[in-house]
Design a protein around this ligand. Sequence first.
Ligand SMILES: Cc1cc2nc3c(=O)[nH]c(=O)nc-3n(C[C@H](O)[C@H](O)[C@H](O)COP(=O)(O)OP(=O)(O)OC[C@H]3O[C@@H](n4cnc5c(N)ncnc54)[C@H](O)[C@@H]3O)c2cc1C
Length: 423
Amino acid sequence: MLAGFFAASLASLAEWNDAKNRTPLRHRAPLPVPFGSNRLSAVNFDLSDEQKLIQSTVRDFARQEVAPAAEELDRTKAFPYEIVEKLGGLGLMGIPFPQEYGGGGADTLSYVLAVEELARIDSSVCITMAAHTSLGTMPIYLWGTDEQKDEWLPVLCSGQKLASFGLTEPEAGSDAGNVRTTAKLDDGEWVVDGAKQFITNSGTDISGCVSITAVTGQADGRKEISNLIVPTGTPGYEVGEPYRKMGWNASDTRPLSFEGCRLPEANLLGRRGDGFKNFLHILDGGRIGVAAMGVGLAQGALDEAISYAKERQAFGKPISKFQSIQAKIADLSAQIEAARLLTWRAALEKDAGQSFTLTAAQAKLITGRLAVRATEEAVQIHGGYGYIEEYPVCRFYRDAKILTIGEGTDEVQQMVIARQLGC
Ligand SMILES: Cc1cc2nc3c(=O)[nH]c(=O)nc-3n(C[C@H](O)[C@H](O)[C@H](O)COP(=O)(O)OP(=O)(O)OC[C@H]3O[C@@H](n4cnc5c(N)ncnc54)[C@H](O)[C@@H]3O)c2cc1C
């Protein structure tokens, strides 16, 4: 049977090639570059034993430790210190970093699985872990000197301290290169002046440092942008009051200001002038994590919708027996599975050392939209109770929208994708 399938495929491939060659050149659309399906050497949907273990460990942890606390944390806008401590104890605050620094030494797919399972239960806890890992700690791991890694990675991987990523400014959001914060060398020290906004994990009792972009000079008539590590508590570095947000209520998001903030010259992170390029690379990787959040949140919404639909009776039977409810559930399950595979693919490309910019942006784009749609449908399936805060779908709905904005808006993902396709 398999031989027959291959023979049929080869025949149709030959026909396709033949037809393609007969098409006049001017009518032939160029193949998008790179063409996704040729890039990974094999397709394998089986998780390794280690990946399955991380998935089941985080699933159990999220259900037993996060779910009972999530509603109250959201309502009181309280930062989840105890949960972060437990995540650190389980080795989940440094999953992709080497064990010599106290990290988990695991691959990106393992990290994605952990993010999915946390977002399935609570997005605030999940973004605390994800922003700390893929945005806060990753630049220090990738570009830190030995001294910087020794100083920061052990306390960050253990979850004793949190790291944050200071890119966005009042004038530099989507236009991230329009940095106004400056850092000037003076007597062997950097003097930082400027402001950042919307910075996750920056103002908790355990916030250790923020890595920022700052203009350090001019090179070839353009701004020279570099990265610097700013430890919490440095004089001249102020963390503002937390924002009042639509969702992610238990996660910490604040504005930062720098006024004559003096740092040792050794706090330069990576090469001088590489700061913008390096942070764009961090965003590429971060998008895989945010895509996993979208998959997890959509899955959590579907879980809740199915269980409610089986329980709720109307017209003498469970609403899960109505075709229009079944259609919503069926559509969502198919879309979630497709989004999950795309997200996993981005993770596999990253681990294989291949370019993953295109896949990560595609995954981020579709998962954010899917999370918004899935949570809306889940609220709809809950009827009036979907609008009441005791039901998790109410929180899920508020938590979903940021996934189409943070780490690059949908419009920015479209720009990245179009650029990768040669437009
Ligand atoms: C809760 C939260 C947490 C965050 N955490 C962090 C963090 O830890 N670190 C950090 O650095 N940042 C963080 N951010 C910032 C986030 O990444 C930015 O908000 C996001 O990148 C969008 O930037 P902006 O808000 O300036 O929007 P703008 O750039 O002002 O965009 C406004 C609108 O214009 C559109 N737009 C802009 N340019 C174009 C264009 N060329 N073509 C088409 N449309 C365009 C956008 O897509 C958007 O719809 C966080 C934000 C929030 C809300």
